[in-house]
Design a protein around this ligand. Structure first.
Ligand SMILES: Cc1cc2nc3c(=O)[nH]c(=O)nc-3n(C[C@H](O)[C@H](O)[C@H](O)COP(=O)(O)OP(=O)(O)OC[C@H]3O[C@@H](n4cnc5c(N)ncnc54)[C@H](O)[C@@H]3O)c2cc1C
Length: 224
């Protein structure tokens, strides 16, 4: 029996498991998937959680629910990949052999790499919306915020879903309008790029939209 091992049961790993279970002959292949979390997070929903458009239930699901029957689901932290021997070691010491390995362990944010970001104000008045924790903390803040200056800041590129910060700025505009407090909020969109987006045509259109919605735009902004 050949062994296919998938590391990470986020969107990518889950999709691979669901796709390959019907493609690989069951009498020849055994598929296993490993993840440290029991929860599957729907990350695009993190954009909507801060504005109470999505609920926590819509972005946070039981991970195993999406793993198809016939795939072994292992809930453990991955410690080490030894490519020379085709083996993966888990935190509990278990060794998994593989014939084919798919690495789908995703990416993490790194606020600690920016001086001052990961300090006492992290998730108090400095937020991310790329994690469940960050998006939820921001939701709680926006529920009670009485207005002031909102800076949507992209620290550096590339980022996953590069349009998400722009969407966030537009959603914020709409959110505060609906709350009848848009005049109390000054929104600024800050990017290290030389325009609102990566592609010239979209950049031009989005620049006009930002202007129309009175969202200030700061380009070529690189922090040290
Ligand atoms: C706000 C936002 C909006 C987005 N909007 C869109 C969109 O509109 N369209 C789109 O296509 N994409 C969008 N994306 C991007 C998309 O959601 C991600 O690219 C996708 O979820 C990444 O999936 P992944 O499986 O690669 O990683 P993840 O979902 O992060 O999964 C990685 C998994 O690996 C596990 N893992 C990592 N290390 C270990 C370890 N050592 N041991 C055990 N397990 C481990 C983690 O626990 C996790 O479950 C958006 C993302 C965000 C944040």
């Amino acid at each position: 029996m050949k062994k296919l091992l998938i590391l990470g049961s986020g969107t990518a790993g889950t999709m691979m498991a669901n796709h390959l279970i019907s493609k690989l002959p069951k009498d020849e292949w055994r598929i296993s998937i490993v993840d440290q979390n029991k929860t599957h997070y729907y990350q695009p929903g993190f954009l909507f959680l801060p504005f109470d458009i999505y609920t926590t239930k819509q972005v946070k699901k039981k991970g195993q629910k999406f793993i198809p029957k016939g795939v072994e689901y292992i809930n453990e932290k991955i410690d080490l990949i030894t490519a020379e021997t085709n083996q993966v070691r888990l935190d509990n010491g278990q060794i998994l052999d593989y014939d084919v390995l798919i690495i789908a362990t995703g990416t993490n944010i790194a606020p600690q790499e920016i001086e001052g970001m990961d300090g006492p104000m992290w998730h108090k008045n400095i937020f991310d919306f790329y994690t469940y924790k960050g998006a939820k903390a921001l939701r709680n803040k926006l529920r009670e915020w009485e207005g002031g200056k909102l800076v949507v800041h992209i620290t550096e590129m590339p980022i996953k879903c590069p349009v998400a910060p722009l969407e966030f700025a537009f959603l914020a505009d709409s959110f505060f309008k609906n709350k009848g407090m848009r005049d109390k909020v000054d929104i600024t969109y800050v990017t290290p790029l030389d325009g609102a987006f990566t592609k010239p045509k979209a950049t031009e259109a989005l620049h006009h939209l930002l202007e129309e919605k009175e969202i200030s735009e700061v380009t070529n902004f690189n922090i040290e």
